[in-house]
Design a binder for this molecule. Structure first.
Ligand SMILES: Cc1ncc(COP(=O)(O)O)c(C=O)c1O
Length: 452
Protein backbone atom coordinates (compact mmCIF):
# COMPACT_ATOMS: atom_id res chain seq x y z
CA UNK A 1 0.00 0.00 0.00
CA UNK A 2 1.28 3.47 -0.77
CA UNK A 3 0.10 6.58 1.04
CA UNK A 4 -2.45 8.63 -0.87
CA UNK A 5 -2.76 12.36 -1.27
CA UNK A 6 -5.11 13.72 1.44
CA UNK A 7 -8.37 15.09 0.03
CA UNK A 8 -9.13 17.29 3.08
CA UNK A 9 -7.16 19.70 5.21
CA UNK A 10 -7.48 19.18 8.96
CA UNK A 11 -7.92 22.04 11.42
CA UNK A 12 -7.18 21.89 15.12
CA UNK A 13 -9.28 24.99 15.90
CA UNK A 14 -12.05 22.81 17.41
CA UNK A 15 -9.51 21.28 19.77
CA UNK A 16 -7.72 24.33 21.22
CA UNK A 17 -7.51 24.30 25.02
CA UNK A 18 -8.79 27.88 24.98
CA UNK A 19 -10.25 29.94 22.12
CA UNK A 20 -7.77 32.24 20.38
CA UNK A 21 -7.97 35.79 21.74
CA UNK A 22 -9.74 38.13 19.27
CA UNK A 23 -7.62 40.63 17.35
CA UNK A 24 -7.56 44.30 18.30
CA UNK A 25 -8.59 46.74 15.59
CA UNK A 26 -7.84 50.43 16.10
CA UNK A 27 -11.55 51.22 16.65
CA UNK A 28 -12.68 48.15 18.52
CA UNK A 29 -11.38 45.66 20.96
CA UNK A 30 -12.66 42.61 19.14
CA UNK A 31 -13.55 41.04 15.80
CA UNK A 32 -11.94 38.34 13.75
CA UNK A 33 -9.35 40.75 12.42
CA UNK A 34 -9.13 38.94 9.11
CA UNK A 35 -8.84 41.35 6.18
CA UNK A 36 -12.01 42.48 4.43
CA UNK A 37 -10.62 41.80 0.95
CA UNK A 38 -9.87 38.22 1.89
CA UNK A 39 -11.79 35.60 -0.11
CA UNK A 40 -14.69 34.36 2.02
CA UNK A 41 -13.43 30.78 2.16
CA UNK A 42 -10.14 31.94 3.70
CA UNK A 43 -12.09 33.94 6.30
CA UNK A 44 -14.16 30.87 7.13
CA UNK A 45 -11.06 28.70 7.39
CA UNK A 46 -9.60 31.22 9.86
CA UNK A 47 -12.50 31.36 12.27
CA UNK A 48 -14.82 28.34 12.01
CA UNK A 49 -14.31 25.46 14.41
CA UNK A 50 -14.66 22.91 11.66
CA UNK A 51 -12.17 20.04 11.60
CA UNK A 52 -12.10 18.88 7.96
CA UNK A 53 -12.04 21.13 4.87
CA UNK A 54 -12.33 19.55 1.44
CA UNK A 55 -9.42 20.51 -0.83
CA UNK A 56 -10.78 21.98 -4.11
CA UNK A 57 -10.24 19.70 -7.16
CA UNK A 58 -8.03 22.27 -8.96
CA UNK A 59 -5.74 22.53 -5.91
CA UNK A 60 -5.62 18.74 -5.58
CA UNK A 61 -4.57 18.48 -9.24
CA UNK A 62 -1.74 20.92 -8.54
CA UNK A 63 -0.73 19.05 -5.36
CA UNK A 64 -0.56 15.84 -7.38
CA UNK A 65 2.49 17.23 -9.21
CA UNK A 66 4.57 16.90 -6.04
CA UNK A 67 2.52 15.22 -3.26
CA UNK A 68 2.58 12.96 -1.31
CA UNK A 69 6.08 14.06 -0.39
CA UNK A 70 8.69 11.55 0.84
CA UNK A 71 9.11 10.54 4.48
CA UNK A 72 11.85 8.15 5.55
CA UNK A 73 13.73 6.91 8.59
CA UNK A 74 17.03 8.81 8.51
CA UNK A 75 19.38 6.05 9.68
CA UNK A 76 22.48 7.80 8.31
CA UNK A 77 21.63 10.96 10.28
CA UNK A 78 20.79 8.84 13.34
CA UNK A 79 24.24 7.21 13.25
CA UNK A 80 25.97 10.56 12.70
CA UNK A 81 24.36 12.14 15.77
CA UNK A 82 24.40 9.00 17.95
CA UNK A 83 20.60 8.96 18.25
CA UNK A 84 18.97 6.91 21.01
CA UNK A 85 15.64 6.82 19.12
CA UNK A 86 14.57 6.67 15.46
CA UNK A 87 14.44 9.95 13.51
CA UNK A 88 12.00 10.31 10.60
CA UNK A 89 12.31 13.07 7.99
CA UNK A 90 9.41 14.55 6.05
CA UNK A 91 10.81 16.34 2.99
CA UNK A 92 9.00 19.36 1.51
CA UNK A 93 11.81 20.63 -0.73
CA UNK A 94 11.00 18.66 -3.87
CA UNK A 95 8.76 21.10 -5.72
CA UNK A 96 9.57 24.01 -8.05
CA UNK A 97 9.45 26.55 -5.19
CA UNK A 98 11.81 24.44 -3.09
CA UNK A 99 9.74 24.49 0.10
CA UNK A 100 6.46 23.78 1.88
CA UNK A 101 5.22 27.27 0.99
CA UNK A 102 3.69 25.99 -2.24
CA UNK A 103 1.05 24.06 -0.24
CA UNK A 104 -0.70 27.28 0.75
CA UNK A 105 0.36 29.41 -2.24
CA UNK A 106 -1.63 27.13 -4.56
CA UNK A 107 -4.69 27.23 -2.34
CA UNK A 108 -4.52 31.00 -1.97
CA UNK A 109 -4.03 31.66 -5.69
CA UNK A 110 -7.07 29.45 -6.37
CA UNK A 111 -9.32 31.31 -3.90
CA UNK A 112 -8.15 34.79 -4.99
CA UNK A 113 -8.63 33.91 -8.66
CA UNK A 114 -12.18 32.75 -7.89
CA UNK A 115 -12.78 36.07 -6.08
CA UNK A 116 -11.88 37.98 -9.27
CA UNK A 117 -8.43 39.26 -8.27
CA UNK A 118 -6.01 39.85 -11.19
CA UNK A 119 -2.70 40.30 -9.37
CA UNK A 120 -1.26 39.06 -6.09
CA UNK A 121 1.41 41.02 -4.26
CA UNK A 122 3.47 39.82 -1.35
CA UNK A 123 6.59 40.31 0.75
CA UNK A 124 9.25 37.62 1.11
CA UNK A 125 12.31 37.15 3.32
CA UNK A 126 14.27 34.12 2.21
CA UNK A 127 12.48 34.19 -1.15
CA UNK A 128 10.83 30.80 -0.70
CA UNK A 129 7.40 32.31 -0.18
CA UNK A 130 7.81 34.68 -3.12
CA UNK A 131 8.87 31.77 -5.34
CA UNK A 132 5.89 29.71 -4.21
CA UNK A 133 3.52 32.58 -4.91
CA UNK A 134 5.11 33.16 -8.33
CA UNK A 135 4.68 29.46 -9.17
CA UNK A 136 1.07 29.39 -7.97
CA UNK A 137 0.18 32.57 -9.88
CA UNK A 138 1.76 31.14 -13.03
CA UNK A 139 -0.38 28.01 -12.68
CA UNK A 140 -3.64 29.87 -12.02
CA UNK A 141 -3.03 32.69 -14.55
CA UNK A 142 -2.57 35.62 -12.12
CA UNK A 143 0.02 38.41 -12.22
CA UNK A 144 2.49 38.30 -9.31
CA UNK A 145 4.58 41.04 -7.64
CA UNK A 146 7.09 40.34 -4.88
CA UNK A 147 8.86 42.71 -2.48
CA UNK A 148 11.94 40.81 -1.31
CA UNK A 149 14.14 41.85 1.63
CA UNK A 150 17.17 43.56 0.08
CA UNK A 151 19.87 41.76 2.10
CA UNK A 152 18.34 38.41 1.12
CA UNK A 153 18.03 39.24 -2.56
CA UNK A 154 21.64 40.43 -2.57
CA UNK A 155 22.76 37.14 -1.02
CA UNK A 156 20.51 34.99 -3.18
CA UNK A 157 20.21 36.66 -6.58
CA UNK A 158 19.11 33.40 -8.20
CA UNK A 159 15.94 33.41 -6.10
CA UNK A 160 15.05 36.60 -7.97
CA UNK A 161 15.88 34.97 -11.30
CA UNK A 162 13.69 31.96 -10.47
CA UNK A 163 10.73 34.18 -9.56
CA UNK A 164 11.19 36.14 -12.78
CA UNK A 165 11.36 32.89 -14.75
CA UNK A 166 7.97 32.12 -13.26
CA UNK A 167 6.71 35.48 -14.55
CA UNK A 168 6.74 37.54 -11.33
CA UNK A 169 7.93 41.14 -10.99
CA UNK A 170 10.48 41.57 -8.18
CA UNK A 171 11.31 44.66 -6.09
CA UNK A 172 14.20 44.79 -3.66
CA UNK A 173 12.83 46.13 -0.33
CA UNK A 174 13.13 48.97 0.68
CA UNK A 175 12.03 49.72 -2.86
CA UNK A 176 11.43 53.47 -2.72
CA UNK A 177 8.11 52.75 -4.48
CA UNK A 178 5.99 52.96 -1.35
CA UNK A 179 5.53 55.47 1.46
CA UNK A 180 6.31 52.89 4.11
CA UNK A 181 9.74 52.28 2.56
CA UNK A 182 10.44 55.95 3.24
CA UNK A 183 11.62 56.56 -0.35
CA UNK A 184 14.99 55.32 0.82
CA UNK A 185 17.73 56.37 -1.53
CA UNK A 186 20.29 53.77 -0.45
CA UNK A 187 17.84 50.88 -0.93
CA UNK A 188 19.60 48.88 1.80
CA UNK A 189 17.56 46.91 4.31
CA UNK A 190 16.92 43.62 6.04
CA UNK A 191 13.39 43.82 7.42
CA UNK A 192 10.72 41.28 6.51
CA UNK A 193 8.10 43.39 8.32
CA UNK A 194 9.00 46.23 5.92
CA UNK A 195 8.84 44.04 2.78
CA UNK A 196 5.39 42.84 3.87
CA UNK A 197 4.40 46.42 4.69
CA UNK A 198 5.39 47.51 1.19
CA UNK A 199 3.26 44.77 -0.34
CA UNK A 200 0.28 45.72 1.86
CA UNK A 201 0.57 49.36 0.82
CA UNK A 202 0.96 48.48 -2.87
CA UNK A 203 -2.14 46.28 -2.79
CA UNK A 204 -4.31 48.88 -1.06
CA UNK A 205 -3.34 51.57 -3.58
CA UNK A 206 -3.88 49.54 -6.79
CA UNK A 207 -7.07 48.15 -8.32
CA UNK A 208 -7.56 44.43 -8.87
CA UNK A 209 -4.54 43.71 -6.69
CA UNK A 210 -4.67 41.76 -3.43
CA UNK A 211 -2.05 41.25 -0.78
CA UNK A 212 -1.44 37.68 0.29
CA UNK A 213 0.70 36.20 3.01
CA UNK A 214 2.28 32.84 3.49
CA UNK A 215 2.92 31.96 7.03
CA UNK A 216 1.20 33.27 10.13
CA UNK A 217 -2.39 33.14 8.98
CA UNK A 218 -4.61 30.42 10.41
CA UNK A 219 -5.75 29.45 6.90
CA UNK A 220 -2.15 28.98 5.65
CA UNK A 221 -1.45 26.70 8.61
CA UNK A 222 -4.61 24.77 7.70
CA UNK A 223 -3.37 24.33 4.11
CA UNK A 224 -0.04 23.05 5.44
CA UNK A 225 -1.83 20.29 7.37
CA UNK A 226 -1.26 18.01 4.35
CA UNK A 227 2.30 17.61 5.69
CA UNK A 228 1.18 16.19 9.03
CA UNK A 229 -1.70 14.14 7.60
CA UNK A 230 0.62 12.43 5.12
CA UNK A 231 3.25 11.88 7.82
CA UNK A 232 0.71 10.15 10.07
CA UNK A 233 -0.24 7.76 7.25
CA UNK A 234 3.42 7.18 6.32
CA UNK A 235 4.37 6.40 9.94
CA UNK A 236 1.42 4.01 10.18
CA UNK A 237 2.55 2.31 6.98
CA UNK A 238 5.98 1.74 8.56
CA UNK A 239 4.28 0.64 11.78
CA UNK A 240 6.34 3.36 13.47
CA UNK A 241 5.44 5.73 16.30
CA UNK A 242 6.98 8.98 17.45
CA UNK A 243 6.58 10.93 20.67
CA UNK A 244 8.15 14.14 19.34
CA UNK A 245 7.37 16.28 16.28
CA UNK A 246 9.72 19.13 15.31
CA UNK A 247 9.58 21.96 12.78
CA UNK A 248 11.36 25.28 12.25
CA UNK A 249 9.32 28.39 13.04
CA UNK A 250 9.34 31.63 11.07
CA UNK A 251 5.76 32.48 11.92
CA UNK A 252 4.72 28.86 12.16
CA UNK A 253 3.30 27.37 8.95
CA UNK A 254 5.53 24.33 8.32
CA UNK A 255 5.67 23.58 12.04
CA UNK A 256 1.89 23.99 12.34
CA UNK A 257 1.47 21.91 9.20
CA UNK A 258 3.41 18.93 10.47
CA UNK A 259 2.49 19.22 14.17
CA UNK A 260 -1.14 20.31 14.49
CA UNK A 261 -2.72 17.25 12.82
CA UNK A 262 -1.06 15.21 15.61
CA UNK A 263 -2.70 17.50 18.17
CA UNK A 264 -6.09 17.16 16.46
CA UNK A 265 -5.75 13.39 16.22
CA UNK A 266 -4.83 13.05 19.90
CA UNK A 267 -7.71 15.28 21.00
CA UNK A 268 -10.15 13.46 18.69
CA UNK A 269 -9.19 10.01 19.99
CA UNK A 270 -8.30 10.85 23.60
CA UNK A 271 -4.71 9.65 23.06
CA UNK A 272 -1.60 11.26 24.51
CA UNK A 273 -0.29 13.83 21.98
CA UNK A 274 3.38 13.77 21.01
CA UNK A 275 5.60 16.63 22.20
CA UNK A 276 5.29 19.34 19.57
CA UNK A 277 8.54 21.29 19.49
CA UNK A 278 8.97 24.57 17.61
CA UNK A 279 12.59 25.26 16.63
CA UNK A 280 13.21 28.97 16.28
CA UNK A 281 16.25 31.07 15.44
CA UNK A 282 18.14 32.49 18.40
CA UNK A 283 18.27 35.79 16.44
CA UNK A 284 14.44 36.07 16.60
CA UNK A 285 13.50 34.09 19.74
CA UNK A 286 9.84 35.02 20.12
CA UNK A 287 8.62 31.72 21.58
CA UNK A 288 11.48 31.25 24.03
CA UNK A 289 12.29 34.84 25.01
CA UNK A 290 9.38 36.95 23.72
CA UNK A 291 6.22 38.18 25.42
CA UNK A 292 2.57 37.20 24.78
CA UNK A 293 1.17 40.54 23.69
CA UNK A 294 -0.74 42.36 20.96
CA UNK A 295 1.59 43.39 18.17
CA UNK A 296 1.65 44.43 14.51
CA UNK A 297 2.13 41.83 11.79
CA UNK A 298 3.98 44.21 9.44
CA UNK A 299 5.71 47.57 9.35
CA UNK A 300 2.65 49.57 8.20
CA UNK A 301 0.67 48.47 11.24
CA UNK A 302 -2.45 48.97 9.12
CA UNK A 303 -3.98 45.63 10.06
CA UNK A 304 -5.38 44.67 13.43
CA UNK A 305 -3.05 43.91 16.32
CA UNK A 306 -2.77 40.17 16.89
CA UNK A 307 -2.15 38.19 20.07
CA UNK A 308 1.28 36.68 19.52
CA UNK A 309 4.52 35.73 21.14
CA UNK A 310 6.73 38.54 19.95
CA UNK A 311 10.10 40.16 20.42
CA UNK A 312 8.53 43.44 19.26
CA UNK A 313 7.78 44.38 15.65
CA UNK A 314 10.18 47.32 16.00
CA UNK A 315 13.09 45.20 17.19
CA UNK A 316 15.86 45.38 14.55
CA UNK A 317 16.52 41.65 14.03
CA UNK A 318 20.20 41.02 13.30
CA UNK A 319 21.11 39.76 9.86
CA UNK A 320 21.28 35.97 9.55
CA UNK A 321 21.15 33.36 6.83
CA UNK A 322 17.85 31.91 7.92
CA UNK A 323 15.95 34.85 6.55
CA UNK A 324 12.72 32.87 6.67
CA UNK A 325 12.94 32.67 10.45
CA UNK A 326 13.70 36.36 10.96
CA UNK A 327 10.12 37.33 11.81
CA UNK A 328 9.33 39.09 15.07
CA UNK A 329 6.20 37.14 16.03
CA UNK A 330 4.64 33.69 15.95
CA UNK A 331 1.27 32.93 14.32
CA UNK A 332 -1.64 33.50 16.65
CA UNK A 333 -2.70 29.84 16.70
CA UNK A 334 0.88 28.75 17.46
CA UNK A 335 1.14 31.47 20.13
CA UNK A 336 -2.17 30.47 21.71
CA UNK A 337 -1.04 26.84 21.92
CA UNK A 338 2.30 27.87 23.36
CA UNK A 339 0.46 29.90 25.99
CA UNK A 340 -1.69 26.96 27.05
CA UNK A 341 1.33 24.63 27.11
CA UNK A 342 0.14 22.52 24.15
CA UNK A 343 3.44 23.01 22.36
CA UNK A 344 7.01 23.69 23.36
CA UNK A 345 9.86 25.68 21.84
CA UNK A 346 13.62 25.74 21.67
CA UNK A 347 16.03 28.24 20.12
CA UNK A 348 18.87 27.25 17.77
CA UNK A 349 21.91 29.27 16.65
CA UNK A 350 22.76 29.53 12.96
CA UNK A 351 26.03 27.68 13.60
CA UNK A 352 24.05 24.74 15.05
CA UNK A 353 21.52 24.92 12.21
CA UNK A 354 24.08 24.89 9.42
CA UNK A 355 26.12 22.19 11.16
CA UNK A 356 22.98 20.04 11.23
CA UNK A 357 22.44 20.89 7.55
CA UNK A 358 25.94 19.67 6.78
CA UNK A 359 25.26 16.38 8.58
CA UNK A 360 22.09 15.84 6.58
CA UNK A 361 23.93 16.56 3.34
CA UNK A 362 26.66 14.05 4.11
CA UNK A 363 24.60 11.30 5.70
CA UNK A 364 21.22 11.49 3.95
CA UNK A 365 22.22 13.07 0.61
CA UNK A 366 19.75 15.93 1.17
CA UNK A 367 20.87 19.56 1.23
CA UNK A 368 18.39 21.33 3.52
CA UNK A 369 17.48 25.02 3.65
CA UNK A 370 19.17 26.82 6.57
CA UNK A 371 15.68 27.30 8.07
CA UNK A 372 15.17 23.53 8.07
CA UNK A 373 18.63 23.20 9.66
CA UNK A 374 17.10 24.70 12.82
CA UNK A 375 14.55 21.90 12.99
CA UNK A 376 17.27 19.31 12.32
CA UNK A 377 19.54 20.69 15.06
CA UNK A 378 16.64 20.63 17.53
CA UNK A 379 15.66 17.11 16.42
CA UNK A 380 19.27 15.95 16.89
CA UNK A 381 19.31 17.27 20.46
CA UNK A 382 15.91 15.74 21.27
CA UNK A 383 17.02 12.37 19.90
CA UNK A 384 20.27 12.42 21.92
CA UNK A 385 20.87 14.30 25.17
CA UNK A 386 17.77 16.51 25.05
CA UNK A 387 17.04 20.23 24.75
CA UNK A 388 15.55 22.63 27.30
CA UNK A 389 14.47 19.80 29.57
CA UNK A 390 12.82 17.81 26.73
CA UNK A 391 13.98 14.44 25.38
CA UNK A 392 12.40 11.96 23.02
CA UNK A 393 11.96 8.44 24.34
CA UNK A 394 10.32 6.80 21.32
CA UNK A 395 11.12 8.64 18.13
CA UNK A 396 11.29 12.04 16.43
CA UNK A 397 9.54 13.26 13.29
CA UNK A 398 11.13 16.36 11.77
CA UNK A 399 10.01 18.55 8.88
CA UNK A 400 12.73 19.32 6.34
CA UNK A 401 10.78 22.30 5.05
CA UNK A 402 12.94 23.14 2.03
CA UNK A 403 16.11 22.56 0.03
CA UNK A 404 19.24 24.67 0.28
CA UNK A 405 20.48 24.83 -3.31
CA UNK A 406 20.03 28.60 -3.41
CA UNK A 407 21.60 28.96 0.05
CA UNK A 408 25.04 27.64 -0.77
CA UNK A 409 26.59 31.03 0.10
CA UNK A 410 25.49 30.39 3.70
CA UNK A 411 27.09 26.93 3.68
CA UNK A 412 30.21 28.43 2.15
CA UNK A 413 30.48 30.69 5.21
CA UNK A 414 30.07 27.64 7.43
CA UNK A 415 32.88 25.83 5.63
CA UNK A 416 35.10 28.93 5.79
CA UNK A 417 34.34 29.34 9.51
CA UNK A 418 32.97 32.81 8.91
CA UNK A 419 29.57 32.42 10.56
CA UNK A 420 28.51 34.79 13.29
CA UNK A 421 25.60 34.53 15.72
CA UNK A 422 23.90 37.48 17.29
CA UNK A 423 21.16 36.98 19.88
CA UNK A 424 19.23 39.97 21.24
CA UNK A 425 20.38 41.33 24.60
CA UNK A 426 17.87 41.28 27.48
CA UNK A 427 17.88 45.07 27.45
CA UNK A 428 17.16 45.32 23.72
CA UNK A 429 14.27 42.87 24.07
CA UNK A 430 12.76 44.66 27.02
CA UNK A 431 12.82 48.00 25.28
CA UNK A 432 11.36 46.54 22.02
CA UNK A 433 8.32 45.10 23.84
CA UNK A 434 7.84 47.76 26.49
CA UNK A 435 4.99 49.57 24.69
CA UNK A 436 2.96 46.42 23.90
CA UNK A 437 -0.33 45.49 25.51
CA UNK A 438 -0.30 42.08 27.24
CA UNK A 439 -2.90 39.49 26.20
CA UNK A 440 -5.88 38.77 28.46
CA UNK A 441 -7.91 40.53 31.10
CA UNK A 442 -5.67 41.46 33.99
CA UNK A 443 -2.79 39.76 32.23
CA UNK A 444 -0.45 41.70 34.45
CA UNK A 445 2.95 42.94 33.39
CA UNK A 446 4.68 41.63 30.28
CA UNK A 447 6.81 38.65 31.16
CA UNK A 448 9.79 37.92 28.96
CA UNK A 449 9.58 34.27 27.91
CA UNK A 450 6.57 33.95 30.24
CA UNK A 451 3.84 31.41 29.64
CA UNK A 452 1.30 29.56 31.66
C1 LIG B 1 12.51 26.54 3.97
C2 LIG B 1 11.75 27.32 4.99
N1 LIG B 1 11.46 26.74 6.16
C3 LIG B 1 10.80 27.40 7.13
C4 LIG B 1 10.40 28.71 6.95
C5 LIG B 1 9.70 29.39 8.06
O1 LIG B 1 8.41 29.78 7.76
P1 LIG B 1 7.14 29.12 8.40
O2 LIG B 1 7.24 29.34 9.88
O3 LIG B 1 6.02 29.81 7.79
O4 LIG B 1 7.13 27.69 8.04
C6 LIG B 1 10.68 29.37 5.74
C7 LIG B 1 10.25 30.76 5.50
O5 LIG B 1 10.62 31.41 4.58
C8 LIG B 1 11.37 28.65 4.74
O6 LIG B 1 11.66 29.23 3.57
Amino acid sequence: MTVELPTSWRSTLPYLSEPMPPDLTPESAGGTGVGVNLPMELVRQSVLEREYWQIPAEVLDAYRQFRPTPMWRATGFERAIGARVPVYMKYEGGNISGSHKLNTALAQAYYYKKAGVKELVTGTGAGQWGTAMAAACALFGLRCRVFMVESSLRRKPYRGVLMRMLGAEIHSSPSGLTNVSGKRADGVGNSLALAIGEAVEYATTHDGVAFCIGSGETYSILHQSVIGIESQAQLAELDAQVDTVVGAVGAGSNFGGIALPFHAEARATGAQPPMLVAAESSTAPKLTRGVYAYDKTDATGSGPLEAMYTIGSDYPIPDAHSAGLRFHGAAKIISAMRHTGDLAATAVTQQEALDAGRLLTRHEAVLPAPESGHALAAAAKLATSGADGMRSERGVLVCVSGHGYLDLAAYEQLLNEELGDEAPSEQALLSAVSGLKPVGQGAGPLLVGGRR
